[in-house]
Design a protein around this ligand. Sequence first.
Ligand code: 3EB
Length: 335
Amino acid sequence: MLGLAWPPAAPAQPPGAQVFGEIVFGSSAAALQPGLAVACPVLVPAQPWALRWQSAAPVLRGEAGGVSFAESGELLFATISVDERAVADAARAAAAGSALEHAARRAYEALFALLDARGHGKLLRVWNYVPRINEVEGGLERYRQFNIGRQDAFAGAGRVLEGAVPAACALGVGDGALAIACLASRRTPLAIENPRQVSAYHYPSAYGPRSPTFARAALLRGEDKPLLFISGTASIVGHRSLHVGDVVAQTHETFDNIEAVLAECARVAPEARYRVDELACVVYLRRAADLDAVRAVVEQRLGPRAQCTYVEADICRADLLVEIEASAGHPNLEA
Ligand code: 3EB
């Protein structure tokens, strides 16, 4: 049994469940190991807030190769941080591209080694927090550098670069280390694409020398309820950013994309027929000043039951102002 603790103060459900991993926003330290701290400001609920994973099955915690992990039943939660300043010399010596590219490659190599060693090899969902994501260094935006290292690590580990890839998000944070968290499973998730969008792994090279390696959503079937993760979703149709400068229109376009992913999910997995008002969302805003405008659209599109947290973070395309990630199927999200 897997649950998303929501809100963070809620007691573990069912009784006896224990939290086996967390991503804390608005804080520089996680309370738990494994746990990732993302220092970005939380706008709503205006205090540190965490995504927490809980399970009624026994939890085994450990640390290997720089990766902190916890296994419970068929799931594994893992985190790793790699400070590019600490690997800059190694990157130069290996002629391995930029320090950030090297850090991304190292982080994913370590995660893959751990997942394979633990027998939880199937990556379901990855959260990527990239320092200064939109800065251009050496002629290449840092998000694009990150994509090179990530894709290299997938290929180097013998993993596919398209199709059965995980759901993900990639957000920009201030200075600090590249920080990554993931959920993986013993079972193979179903990757879902959005018919309104070119698959990210097929983006043209105008968006960078290597495509991002992620699916629009991933579904883990065979649970009491199928567990759905919708990747960070933005105002992109085909492969283009739409409504540049108009945060309200971007938010509506983002929900059109999320609804298209839900429809595609129901088509390929009829038992996973989720409505938009059943989603728990994290809304990432580039500018805190857009909160009220975005919140009005979110509440209009999701209805009053919406479980939504708003975090200030940079979006991986410089022309986008908002990105929304969502999930459904957690037992404790039932009304
Ligand atoms: C996009 O759709 C917006 O690089 O892992 C969304 C989700 C985005 C995941 C990633 C990037 C990533 O292209 C950006």
